[in-house]
Ligand binder design. Structure first.
Ligand code: ADP
Ligand code: MG
Length: 251
């Protein structure tokens, strides 16, 4: 579903992804862990074409994501192509990023109506389905500011799902939540992982959660994968000193 081949990403002189090779298979649940600044968010942002790259090739569902060279960068090209690629992937951000002036329902129906050209009725049906899935059927007419952080993040998940993506990307979805609200969001993600055929790529510091839901855990440091394997291999019996050092801070 996803393949990075020798991808280089620089910000100025700083190399953030260093010839990164990375694959995710269909239906696989992959967790990325690693220190702050190691390039985790950049991987997801590149997939959503929110960042360009400098070198390498990226494939999403077998199709290359990058085309044109412009000023030494490889720029995602072609509006139609990008629109198709974005339909494959939904992303949930650390800071929910809901539309503050829209109701919960409108937040969920907006992209299906605007991008997928669904009728209002069809989009509303989808909103009902996915708001129920995240346990927020009774909050549809509220505005984001009237909800708790955990509820807002669950709306963000419903909004992403309403586009029926094949791939879901989560970037530290619980990092900005009060501790007592983390569980309700993780529960929703866990249900998605268990009951749906989605391919999932998740950045998180919730190690116990990563253990439960991941097929594979990748430890990133300095723009490279230092170690990867089953949750047991990487989180319980890490082989690399850098992984061991990193995990010490979570005990
Ligand atoms: P992580 O998510 O692992 O904490 P990021 O992928 O956000 O790391 O960032 C990797 C590195 O790239 C960091 O050193 C960060 O400061 C830098 N970086 C990220 N975005 C930008 C940007 N827009 N401009 C300059 N540097 C950036
Ligand atoms: Mg990050």
């Amino acid at each position: 579903m996803i393949r990075f081949e020798k991808v280089v990403k620089k910000f100025g002189d700083v190399t953030v992804l260093d010839e990164l090779d990375f694959d995710v298979r269909k239906g696989e649940k992959v967790t990325i862990i690693g220190p702050s600044g190691s390039g985790k968010s950049t991987v997801l942002r590149i997939l959503m074409t929110l960042e360009n790259i400098n070198e390498g090739v990226i494939y999403v569902t077998g199709r290359p994501l990058w085309h044109e060279e412009k000023n030494g960068e490889l720029v995602a090209a072609g509006e139609d192509h990008l629109r198709e690629m974005r339909k494959e992937m939904g992303m949930v951000f650390q800071q929910f990023n809901l539309f503050p002036h829209m109701t919960v329902r409108r937040n969920v129906t907006e992209a299906p109506v605007q991008v997928l050209k669904l009728s209002k009725e069809e989009a509303n049906e989808r909103a009902d389905t996915y708001l129920e899935l995240v346990g927020l059927s009774d909050q549809a007419d509220k505005f984001p500011s009237q909800l708790s952080g955990g509820q807002q993040q669950r709306v963000a998940i419903a909004r992403a799902l309403a586009m029926r993506p094949n791939i879901m990307l989560f970037d530290e979805p619980t990092s900005s939540l009060d501790p007592e609200l983390v569980g309700e969001v993780l529960n929703v993600i866990q249900r998605l992982a268990e009951e749906h055929d989605l391919t999932m790529l998740l950045v998180t510091h919730e190690m116990q959660f990563a253990k439960q839901i991941s097929d594979r855990v990748c430890f990133f440091d300095k723009g490279k994968i230092v170690e990867q394997g089953t949750p047991d291999e990487v989180l319980t019996n890490p082989q690399e000193p850098r992984t061991q050092e990193f995990l010490k801070s979570f005990i």
